[in-house]
Design a protein around this ligand. Sequence first.
Ligand code: NAG
Ligand code: NAG
Ligand code: NAG
Ligand code: NAG
Ligand code: NAG
Ligand code: NAG
Length: 208
Amino acid sequence: METAVMHFVYYLLISICWCSGNMGQAIELPNYTPILSRSDFQIRLYNESTWVSARVSGTSFDQSYKIGFQRLYQYIHGANSNSSKIAFTAPALTSVPSSSSPSGNAYIVRIFISTRFHGKPPLPNPELKLRIEKWKSQCIAVRKFGGYANDDDINKEIEALLTTLNNQSITIQDTDSYIIANYNASSHNTTQRLNEVWINVSGIGTQC
Ligand SMILES: *[C@@H]1O[C@H](CO)[C@@H](O)[C@H](O)[C@H]1NC(C)=O
Ligand SMILES: *[C@@H]1O[C@H](CO)[C@@H](O)[C@H](O)[C@H]1NC(C)=O
Ligand SMILES: *[C@@H]1O[C@H](CO)[C@@H](O)[C@H](O)[C@H]1NC(C)=O
Ligand SMILES: *[C@@H]1O[C@H](CO)[C@@H](O)[C@H](O)[C@H]1NC(C)=O
Ligand SMILES: *[C@@H]1O[C@H](CO)[C@@H](O)[C@H](O)[C@H]1NC(C)=O
Ligand SMILES: *[C@@H]1O[C@H](CO)[C@@H](O)[C@H](O)[C@H]1NC(C)=O
């Protein structure tokens, strides 16, 4: 029950964030350079970035995302070494274990940390069991999809991107897990909701 209330409050806050975003105070997204753009996919070169991650040993994307997000929510709302509020960013990433991955592989939910922390955000309170992760610069293949990302849709979208990448002979770096990026709070209705599948790739042009 408490969790449900937290989610409600969270989504309310995010709605407020998004409204102020529309009034010119944009939400920070990780920085990237577009490498390739096609109707059904893009290749982006992401700059190095910092994320805070929550590991969840669940069996469903929907559930794991909610559970992981709740821990991350507490972190950005003061459960950290500086007891400070941390600006909301997008997207939230969820690593989804692939069907071929070794069993016991968990879901990992991550939120992007603003570059204003220069890679050193406040530390999460230990009971939240969160990790600060540094990502090197990385080429990522991206497929966009709308609506509410859920267990029924994501596998179809992941398969579609894998098929495209195989067709284009693009090298996939890791087949144990794939990432779903969520950009909108669940209070946002389906019109213009944005989600993406992210797959690490290499071997494209000189930069990737
Ligand atoms: C990439 O990140 C570094 C430091 O994290 C920054 O100095 C540089 O300006 C960034 N590059 C781009 C293209 O955003
Ligand atoms: C710590 O909190 C203070 C006051 O809320 C804030 O000004 C400062 O930027 C915070 N420092 C970090 C590293 O988050
Ligand atoms: C993708 O690349 C980043 C940066 O190198 C790495 O930290 C991350 O674990 C990779 N993710 C997957 C799913 O391979
Ligand atoms: C890639 O897709 C195109 C268009 O759908 C198709 O004509 C082509 O045969 C495919 N190539 C491979 C290697 O699957
Ligand atoms: C979705 O949002 C738009 C704009 O805020 C609104 O006009 C529309 O009625 C909403 N649709 C539903 C199904 O809630
Ligand atoms: C969802 O997020 C994307 C990316 O920031 C934004 O362009 C879009 O307007 C958002 N959709 C809604 C319904 O708020």
